[in-house]
Design a protein around this ligand. Structure first.
Ligand code: GRF
Length: 220
């Protein structure tokens, strides 16, 4: 099987990038990270890539007159590395239709909420303030909306009585680090089939039919 070549787009801390690096290095993920692109020159994600010998390219969006010019530069870098799949890992820019058309159903994003709830920024804080009893995270293919593309996988994280927005965010992040490499591995194995809005995953282990309640149901 040909090794899947990833181009990872980052803007910040890069903990999701780290989880992908770790899973590549421990060979759970049949992929290689060919390049990371970062739009923020000070991002810690760049140090993480350097520590693992992964080439990184800083493309500061402030240097471009519009989104399309910025995206054209990213496309050129990704094409020069011959990448198969684009991974948005905490990438805080909206992609233009030009970029999306260049890599159709070949761009994944992770979002720290159970989509379609709480699309956009500050999702964990907004879910917490709203008072949800469950939140979580979602890996999906990118489309022309913000956090609207076909859903590949989700993890549900209960909100605990003594949670703060911060502790909830940390627990969601731990699940992000598990489901993102898994979604990429599904792709690497050619097991994802997109039909309209739905993503079918061939031969997965099956889903528990047990509903979850928070708080738990009591006898009454
Ligand atoms: C994650 O919560 C991700 O879901 C969101 O931005 C955050 C990035 O974190 N899109 P990191 O840079 O991967 O640590």
């Amino acid at each position: 099987m040909k090794t899947l070549k990833l181009g990872v787009l980052v803007s910040g801390s890069g903990s999701n990038l780290q989880s992908i690096i770790d899973n590549v290095e421990n060979k759970r993920l049949d992929a290689e990270i060919s390049v990371i692109i970062c739009n923020n020159p000070g991002a810690y994600a760049i140090d993480r890539a350097a520590k693992h010998g992964i080439p990184s390219v800083v493309i500061d969006h402030h240097d471009f007159e519009d989104r399309e010019a910025f995206d054209r530069e990213m496309i050129a870098v990704l094409k020069s590395h011959d990448i198969d799949l684009v991974i948005m890992a905490g990438f805080m820019r909206i992609l233009t239709p030009l970029f999306l058309r260049t890599f159709p159903m070949r761009i994944m994003n992770i979002h720290p909420a159970l989509l379609p709830s709480f699309q956009g920024i500050h999702a964990q804080e907004r879910a917490f303030e709203y008072g949800v009893k469950f939140s979580g995270c979602t890996v999906h293919f990118a489309d022309e909306g913000v956090d609207t593309g076909p859903i590949i996988t989700q993890a549900v994280v209960p909100v605990l009585d003594d949670d703060t927005a911060d502790t909830l965010q940390q627990r969601i992040l731990m699940e992000e680090h598990r489901i993102y490499p898994q979604a990429i591995q599904f792709y690497a194995e050619g097991r994802l089939e997109v039909v309209g809005r739905k993503v079918r995953i061939r031969d997965h282990a099956g889903v528990s039919e047990v509903p979850h309640h928070n708080p738990p149901l009591e006898a009454f």
